[in-house]
Design a protein around this ligand. Structure first.
Ligand SMILES: Nc1ncnc2c1ncn2[C@@H]1O[C@H](COP(=O)(O)OP(=O)(O)OP(=O)(O)O)[C@@H](O)[C@H]1O
Length: 272
């Protein structure tokens, strides 16, 4: 269980996250949605301590994971794999080496520098690529793959960490609908087959509805919705995306991106 207890974040004198309180049971797939600047990335970054909290605590399995230092911090980061919008692969290296880089925190500096990995780690990397339907690309240069393929390699690399939580910060924001669907399918598969908790920042409501067990909606650094996709009605959507003076009602077609399932657009669930 991940617990966020009264967490706030200030950058200088500006408070951007206000008193967040929620729990995420292990194995849940949570979509975090909200306007640009709502605090979604800061929330994810506080969970794995890329950003420290200003107030409150975060615990995992009853153990405090905010304010960790040194070895304990590295161990926690090893358990919380992060997926970024821009994939963060090393383009000139082949796919398998990029995936093996996910083991780097388990090695001393010198073997990592010379990319020395065990036979078992190489087998594990191939297995991770197979799970993501990318094994046939193992020897290709990562930079030559499409965006969607690169993101799936990034997920395979994250799996090498054997994480307890996968934190995905807008993983499909720069992908076309079909690639986006394949990446979301991969995250869902990992979530369901291995019970890994997934927290995923999303710009598209439809994607959150389609893939997530639970949706957290943020506005101006606060949680303004926390419920199931079914509870995400028009009023909740208005609350999350906010209506300021002079603004028209939220147009869902703007906050939603079309996501195709692998079988094609006909199989996409219809949304209320
Ligand atoms: N390192 C930083 N220094 C100062 N302010 C920051 C920093 N990181 C984020 N912020 C501010 O915190 C607020 C929340 O930003 P955050 O990136 O978490 O929002 P977001 O919901 O992820 O937005 P987007 O969808 O555009 O990525 C914003 O006002 C942003 O300008």
């Amino acid at each position: 269980m991940l617990r966020v207890e009264g967490v706030s974040k200030c950058f200088g004198k500006t408070r951007v996250i206000h008193d967040l309180r929620f729990e995420v049971p292990e194995g849940q797939m949570v979509g975090v949605i909200g306007r640009s600047g709502a605090g979604k990335s800061t929330l994810l970054r506080m969970v794995n301590q890329l950003t420290d909290v200003s107030e409150g605590i975060i615990t995992f399995g009853g153990r405090q994971v905010s304010q960790l230092k040194g070895k304990s911090l590295r161990r926690w980061r090893g358990q919380t794999a992060m997926i970024f919008q821009q994939f963060n692969l090393i383009p000139r290296l082949d796919v398998i080496t990029n995936v093996l880089m996910g083991r780097i925190s388990h090695h001393a500096t010198l073997p990592s520098m010379f990319k020395v990995f065990t036979r078992e780690e190489k087998a594990q990397a191939i297995q991770a690529l197979e799970q993501l339907d990318m094994a046939d690309k193992a020897l290709q240069r990562a930079g030559n793959l499409s965006g969607g393929q690169q993101q799936r390699v990034a997920i395979a690399r994250a799996m090498m960490q054997k994480p307890r939580i996968m934190l995905a910060d807008e993983p499909i924001a720069s992908l076309d609908p079909r690639s986006a669907a394949m990446v979301m399918d991969s995250l869902k598969h990992i979530n369901q087959s291995q019970g890994i908790t997934v927290m995923c920042n999303l710009h598209s409501l439809e994607t959150a509805r389609q893939y997530c067990d639970r949706v957290i909606g943020m506005l101006h650094g606060e949680v303004v919705f926390d419920g199931s996709p079914q509870q995400l009605d028009r009023d909740s959507v208005q609350r999350i995306y906010g209506i300021e003076d002079g603004e028209k009602d939220v147009n869902e077609s703007v906050t939603s991106g079309e996501v195709w399932s692998r079988q094609g657009p006909d199989n996409v669930a219809a949304f209320a």
